[in-house]
Ligand binder design. Sequence first.
Ligand SMILES: Nc1ncnc2c1ncn2[C@@H]1O[C@H](COP(=O)(O)OP(=O)(O)OP(=O)(O)O)[C@@H](O)[C@H]1O
Ligand SMILES: [Mg+2]
Length: 361
Amino acid sequence: MEKQGFVEFSGVQKSYDGRTLVIEGLDLSIPKGEFLTMLGPSGSGKTTSLMMLAGFEAPSRGEIRVAGKPIQNVPPHRRNIGMVFQNYALFPHMTIAENLAYPLKVRRMGWAETEGRVARALDMVQMGALAQRRPSQLSGGQQQRAALARALVFEPDLVLMDEPLGALDKNLREHMQFEIKHLHERLGVTMVYVTHDQAEALTMSDRIAVFNRGRVEQLATPAELYEEPATVFVAGFIGENNRLSGVLADRQGDGGTVRLEGGSVVRARVAAALEAGASVTVSLRPERVRLVPANGDGGLFGHVSELIYLGDHIRVHLADGPATGLVAKIPNNADHRHVRPGGRYRVEWGPADAIALPVGP
Ligand SMILES: Nc1ncnc2c1ncn2[C@@H]1O[C@H](COP(=O)(O)OP(=O)(O)OP(=O)(O)O)[C@@H](O)[C@H]1O
Ligand SMILES: [Mg+2]
């Protein structure tokens, strides 16, 4: 028998109205202890998938198992799942300590053990000193940490988080990302995390499932998604990219040459299923672009139409030539001082730095 994940979605479909499928067919296997992120644009089905995993929504077809059992068959108080949802707020009339004690009370835990667990959970998120405050007396980040502690206090096997950091400012969000990641490493629980923020997904996850219109377009590690995107959608959603349209002229193994619409011929890695003659989109990351001073008319050249200073790097927009519309990110160092507004440059890249993908739908 095939090895089962701790969480298994098999052939899951979901329709709310009996007509349109908002989840078209989800198969996902999550091993114990993994930090898996569901990433995708608004409306792509992330929350729906998480609600089904929590047992709050039933799949229209297919099945979701946790530790081998269909979640629908497990009564809610037996589901050992911690949850932090954006709108799943703390109880306002209770202190933080009472909020944390609540899931233990529901599980009929004794007083002494409850006290010990609450204290440990508060220490874990460095909130011990604030135990007697009410949620309204805490900052947004402190409330978020308390919500996290409440989700973990009963030592769940599985923790679900839906955009838990959405309401926080950038600094606090980044700080909490690391706290959650470190807690995950320490506790070894299985995490299923939902976000539409790609930087957050890259920072925190072991693997990322990229959702698009009710399907998973690609499931892979952060580095694989960035370096080996399977589709134009994934390449555009994870990080920035330049897209060049053309036709695959020939391929040898993993590489090939592409004749771009403007006539230039460029080299790229080639996605698995493509054959010579196929229409392709070449994805080129801005930080992989090299700008070489150009005089002649050969290659992919353009003029610098905009040069934006961003401190650690410089963003260069090209126009007025076959490279029109291309964006380059170049490091802010002495090697690149030659790049000037109005200057004329040829765009180059290493053979592994561009990838030819099937033209998206
Ligand atoms: N209770 C519901 N009844 C009917 N349709 C719903 C319901 N909840 C979600 N939908 C629809 O299902 C689709 C997927 O919604 P879902 O909330 O899963 O998206 P999401 O990926 O979480 O988006 P976001 O990033 O905006 O939170 C959307 O088209 C949405 O309008
Ligand atoms: Mg959502």
